[in-house]
Design a protein around this ligand. Sequence first.
Ligand SMILES: Nc1ncnc2c1ncn2[C@@H]1O[C@H](COP(=O)(O)OP(=O)(O)OP(=O)(O)O)[C@@H](O)[C@H]1O
Length: 598
Amino acid sequence: MARSLSWDNLKYELQPWIRTAIDAMGFEIMTPVQASTIPMFSGNKDVVVESVTGSGKTIAFTIPILEKVVKEVLSGSPLKRGHFYSLIISPTRELSKQIQDVVEAFLAYYPSESCPIKSQLIVGTSSCSVRDDVSKFLENAPQILIGTPGRVLDFMKASTVKTSSCGVVVLDEADRLLDVSFEKDVESILGMLPKQRRTGLFSATISSAGNQIYRTGMRNPVKIAVKSKVQNPESLQINYIVVKPEEKLHHLLNIINNMRYRKCIVYFPTCQAVTYFYSFLKHLSDISKTRDDLEVYSLHGKLQTNSRIGTLAKFSTSLNIAVLLTTDVAARGIDIPEVDLVLQFDPPTNAEMFLHRCGRTGRANRAGKAITFINCGREEDYIDFLGVKNISLGELEISFRPVDELGVIFKSWVLQDRARFEHGIKAYAAFIRYYSKHSASSIFRLQSLDYVGLAKLYGLIRLPRMPEITKYMSADATPSEGWLIDPPLDLDHFSYLNKQMERARQEELKKTKEISDKKKLKSELKKKNAAWSNKTTSKETRKERKVKLAEKRKAIEQKIAEAGSEDESDGEEDWKDLVRRNKKAKTCSQIQGDFSDL
Ligand SMILES: Nc1ncnc2c1ncn2[C@@H]1O[C@H](COP(=O)(O)OP(=O)(O)OP(=O)(O)O)[C@@H](O)[C@H]1O
């Protein structure tokens, strides 16, 4: 046993019940991040902690929180009604629940006869309103709150919730909590807490938060970085496979059917892709084209909280071989020890997410394997791009073996129901939107996408009319009228399996046929077709955009002039810089802010 990592070597003595809990959990020694963080954070220091995925950061903040809360409880002055002592914020409901489970696992060993210590989860659910959270809080008087930013903020705004006793706050996955999508809520929450508090920021990729960390009101924080040569844990092997888009599903099935693993997480780019491929895999398993000992689950941000938490619990506790199809909603923090394989159907939109996704396996020194599909062509540069960021991947040279009759089964499954055909188009369009948000935009370029290969992957029978396709595909590369099947299908006779939907469609069809006026008909059809993309190429909007741009340019130029730039070349620099920064801010906010597809 490494002596310096022995729990006995901590600079102060842990409370006996915490020590008992640690022994019962079987944690013989501390992990390096725990050895460095626990003494600092339990003492009077604010901490900013960066350490690889699966290195035990949760316990590194749970123990100090429990130590502080117990001290308060034993101090003799009882917790006043509506007050609490500590707050842990995380970006997702699943992660908040998981943290609460760890806190509760410790509390099971607390000798609670005199004054029990309790925690409460504050996350949005359809079955429980903010008001319900508040009444539960007032009734149970928990000292520790754990939740997601939006809900915690709403909860804290209630007049009966008092924040002045909160002495310690933790932001888990802090870089995510400080990015544009959460930063406002998080700042408001921190602004409501007492200034004289301890703050801890934790993440495997905290460096990406940059100066944002100083907006959390920390005082002289200690930075703890448990570093190694590479950014991923050593127990984690990361590989990539270069594929053609239309071959991806075959590769996926070959891997989940033939590779040895216990639990596998497959990351898809969007919710639409998860639901679409999940239904198809279910169909395949019904007709026995996948292993019959295999359980497949799906999890994404558009599901209700209870269903999300329930699915994760089922996947975690399943005794069978299990595969979870998901999005980045389950990329950070989720800790399922038996996950030994992670597959990325597409690379994520930023390198931090790449590490978090891969880090769902190879945790706590257990062996794990992560495989990423890379589309052949320009995307292959992504490997060097990750290399520069100290993430090294090895190529897995797997020769392509088509799965028997997969194409035929997929096509007939799509053609059985118009709803599937539409679902495929939505998933395809969502993917193109997702692709346009990559932070490495010089590698993931819309103009380099293989639109036809991608359409085949999504089981489309016809290319949808999207501005991207018209813009980036040459006319000779576009199949006639966009059809990918021969002969083309009479779409008017392509029906829904769902009777109600089919009835509504028939009525709509009848109405359209009755419109004798050609102009009106054209505008009706245009309205319908516009739904696949939120981009518009109408002359009117282009004109408006041009005017707006000109106004912006004028305003920036005026700013530069006011700043009194003497040298013309400097002025030119400034102008370019401002425009560049402006553009960057825009892309950043698009990349990080829009998670509606997850
Ligand atoms: N001292 C320890 N000894 C052995 N295992 C530990 C120890 N501390 C924590 N673990 C286990 O390590 C696993 C990973 O811990 P945890 O989820 O806290 O990692 P993390 O650093 O927060 O990862 P991520 O960055 O992905 O959120 C958990 O299963 C946990 O039970």
